[in-house]
Design a protein around this ligand. Structure first.
Ligand code: PLP
Length: 470
């Protein structure tokens, strides 16, 4: 064995103790660590000939890399739709690394870690009150979940016309209908060879809404004269957290032949709360659903899952079968995740989720969701009442979409946001909503409390004065 590796093997307890202590120090300070940084590194540093050993590498990490880390998992990072990591999810994530199984594994490959993933999906279905007619698995994020679901939808579309797209490639255009798709779904259309421009944009509901207009949808369906199509719908748009009407879409599904996909990356968690579960009423009738765990479930990054109805299992295997590896056996008889999703080898992403579900239960996630919405409404009340700001959309759930008051301030929105973000007390992201420049604050992190919102309000008022915004 290489002598440095030998030394590390002997030091393993000490190494993990040191890393644990560093982690505890970070987590204990997460409230005060800035949400943005100007720190940087020279990324061309040479690789050393001889290993430093893990303890010395940790010292270098602390000096050079740790200063690049902002409090993105902390309570005032409101950019994008960003969760944090709960204690249970960290525990599960650490053990995932320690055990390091290849999560495809079925008996044929020597392990049975797929059972952990299947059990976790079954628990998630219970959390979200969805039927067991969905089969699911873990991928890196909602983008890859959308990809997985839409790839099966693509295969379904081909089959409806008598083609096997997985085997022979796509022939002809596909019919894709959608109203306010997330950018990642559009990216998936590019990745799937469908084409990012090749969808029909359905109107959104009149007024300040991002939800699909059902009458316009039905008119567009009629225009297809009975041809099959794929509907991409939204449970939670990123600007205003709007939801399509899933009861109305369920009724259309009884009349017309289509694949119904729902991007519920964060909005799906509305199902955890009796107050907000009505937003997803009817979603159980979809063919496929995308949900992110690294958002509202507050587990570390690279954790999302897809749900596809079991009746489409054959289409899914046709799409993802790793057909050059016959030793894996019949993909349906001898279940292995590598025949159901894009990746072959993967880590056991289910374990941090499994830990979280056991540790906090239904009540824990109900409380996280309801607290996030309460914080969003607290912030919404400030925006609505302060003379320097105005709401761009009503706050329907956990996202507040706003701008500087008045059209005369439109050119100042981005510089205001940069000024605010540079202070490091909060981080929000820019957006454009109904042709106006705006700012989004998304409440997802389990730690965020009333005092965090009050602190941000104070910093925003200071920024308005500093920039002399009127
Ligand atoms: C965040 C998000 C995505 C993309 O998720 P990633 O995890 O970043 O891949 C897709 N759709 C919606 C609605 C989202 O909020």
């Amino acid at each position: 064995m290489n002598p440095t590796l030998q030394q590390d093997l002997q030091d393993i307890e000490h190494i993990l103790e040191q890393v644990k202590q560093h982690g505890i120090d970070f987590l204990n300070a997460i409230d005060t660590i800035p949400t943005s940084t100007q720190n940087t590194i020279d990324t061309n540093a040479n690789l050393n000939d001889f290993g430093l050993g893990s303890l010395s590498a940790l010292e270098v990490f602390k000096q050079r890399l740790a200063p690049l880390m902002v409090s993105q998992a902390g309570p005032r990072y409101w950019g994008f739709v960003t969760g944090g990591a709960t204690p249970a999810s960290i525990a599960g994530d650490w053990l995932t690394t320690i055990y390091d199984p290849n999560a495809q594994a079925t008996k044929a490959q020597g392990g049975v870690s797929a059972l952990i993933e299947i059990e976790t999906i079954n628990k998630l279905l219970q959390l979200l009150v969805l039927p067991k007619s969905f089969l699911g698995g873990f991928v890196t994020g909602a983008t890859m979940s959308n990809f997985t679901c839409l790839a099966v939808a693509r295969q379904w579309f081909g089959k409806e016309l008598g083609h096997d797209f997985a085997k022979n490639g796509i022939t002809g255009p596909l019919n894709i209908l959608t109203a306010a798709p997330h950018s990642s779904s559009v990216k998936c259309l590019a990745m799937l060879g469908i084409g990012s421009q090749n969808f029909t944009k359905i109107k959104t509901v009149e007024g300040n809404r991002e939800a699909i207009d059902i009458a316009d949808l039905e008119q567009n369906i009629k225009n297809l004269n009975g041809q099959p199509f794929i509907l991409i719908s939204s449970a939670g748009t990123v600007n205003s957290a709007d939801f399509d009407d899933f009861i109305a879409i369920s009724k259309l599904k009884e009349k017309y032949n289509f694949w119904w996909h729902i991007d519920a990356a964060f909005g799906g968690f509305a199902a955890c709360s009796p107050k907000y579960k009505h937003l997803v009423n009817g979603w159980k009738n979809a063919d496929s659903i995308t949900i992110d765990c690294h958002k509202w479930l507050n587990v570390p990054y690279e954790s999302a899952f897809y749900l596809v109805k079991e009746q489409h299992k054959n289409l899914q295997v046709e799409t993802f079968q790793n057909s050059n590896a016959p030793y894996l056996g019949d993909p349906l008889e001898n279940f292995s995740y590598l025949n159901f999703l894009p990746e072959n080898s993967r880590r056991l992403k289910a374990l941090p989720v499994w830990f979280s579900l056991l540790a906090y239960g239904k009540q824990g996630f109900k409380d996280i969701v309801e607290n996030s919405v309460a914080r969003a409404l607290q912030f919404d009340a400030f925006i609505a009442n302060d003379e320097s700001f105005e709401l761009l959309a009503p706050t329907r759930l956990n996202n507040v979409c706003f701008t500087l008051e008045g059209d005369h301030n439109q050119e100042k929105v981005n510089s205001f946001l940069m000024h605010l973000n540079d202070k490091g007390k909060v981080f929000m992201t820019p957006t454009v909503y109904q042709n106006r420049k705006g700012i989004r604050a998304s409440f997802v992190n389990w730690r965020t409390n009333e005092l965090d919102v009050q602190l941000v309000i104070k910093v925003m008022k200071e920024s308005v004065l500093e920039l002399e915004i009127e």
